[in-house]
Design a protein around this ligand. Structure first.
Ligand SMILES: [Zn+2]
Length: 303
């Protein structure tokens, strides 16, 4: 067995996923558990630590075989100090030095970053971003997250808050967003807003999967809803394309399962609106690593 192995952990608000990640991005001993979101913080940290111990035991690896553990968390992080700023969807995590806590518990080097940055690194190295130098990665789900790679490195911004594509406003006036902004793109295409829209159109509760199936079987109303998502995202991303001139934009996350239903109007919108050179150069593609992007990417946080 390879001695160059890392552990990647994708710590989400609903699921915690982890695995060993090999040099070429392959996973082994993958494990997924529900996040005990109502448990005390110490219990949650112990759950993560004991799951890591279990996969190490299962694998037969020696601690010495493991280069390190990378963990991506759902919120802003001071990655240099290894401290979580706060987690918007899990209470009680403000200022937690998770890197050193896990390092002490496990006796293995730990690296910590935001989950979207981790996912961005994963797609960049082993997924749809392979070969790009400048890349923007989006995750479409409850929220709209974004990560930026410039010249092969994550761009973090002055206070480590860069990449918030979801909070680009697409209108002067509009609905208020949690971030305190107005008419942020997330406020239109976050999954619960799409579901709300669908409920109004179909006058009944409908899941995103149903909406995708309906659109694929030719239902005009369902198609129109996805088209609207793509068009709105196209407005926001036109600004991104003009500003950053990326090689590629990689779209992942649950909402992106609608695939071409969103991507077609999105590409069209950018082609029409963005400046010519930028628009001609950029490729807009779906993420390749799917559900594992966060695990693979987290392992890449380890130097
Ligand atoms: Zn916002």
């Amino acid at each position: 067995m390879s001695k160059r192995v890392k552990v990647g952990i994708d710590f989400g608000a609903t699921r915690i996923k982890m695995a060993f990640v090999g040099e070429k991005g392959g996973l082994s001993y993958r494990r997924e558990i529900s996040t005990p979101i109502d448990a005390k913080r110490s219990v949650l940290i112990d759950t993560i630590a004991s799951s890591v111990r279990e996969i190490i035991e299962e694998s037969g690896f020696n601690k010495r075989d493991i280069i390190g553990i990378g963990i991506g968390v759902p919120g802003p992080v001071d990655s240099k100090r290894g401290v979580i700023r706060y987690l918007p969807n899990i209470k009680g995590w403000k200022g937690v030095a998770l890197r050193s806590i896990l390092q002490t518990k496990l006796g293995i080097k730990v690296a910590l970053d935001n989950d979207v940055n981790a996912m961005t690194l994963g797609e960049y190295r082993f997924g749809s971003g392979k070969g790009a130098r400048n890349l923007v990665c989006l995750t479409l789900g409850t929220g709209v997250g974004g990560g930026i790679i410039i010249n092969g490195e994550i761009y973090r911004g002055s206070t480590m808050c860069a990449g918030e594509v979801g909070h680009i406003p697409i209108n002067e006036k509009g609905p208020k967003c949690n971030c305190r902004g107005i008419a942020c793109i997330e406020r239109y295409i976050g999954n619960r807003y799409i579901i709300e829209q669908a409920r109004m159109v179909f006058r009944k509760g409908i899941t995103l999967e149903d909406l995708t199936d309906l659109a694929r079987s030719g239902n005009k109303d369902a198609k129109r809803i996805w088209e609207d998502v793509g068009e709105k995202l196209g407005v926001a991303l036109t600004g991104v394309v003009n500003l950053l001139n990326p090689d590629r934009i990689v779209i992942g996350g649950g909402v992106s399962n609608a695939g071409e239903l969103i991507l077609r109007p999105l590409r069209r919108g950018i082609k029409i609106r963005a400046m010519k050179d930028q628009a001609l150069h950029v490729k807009i593609v779906r993420g390749k690593l799917g559900d594992n992007a966060g695990i693979v990417g987290a392992s890449l946080l380890v130097g």
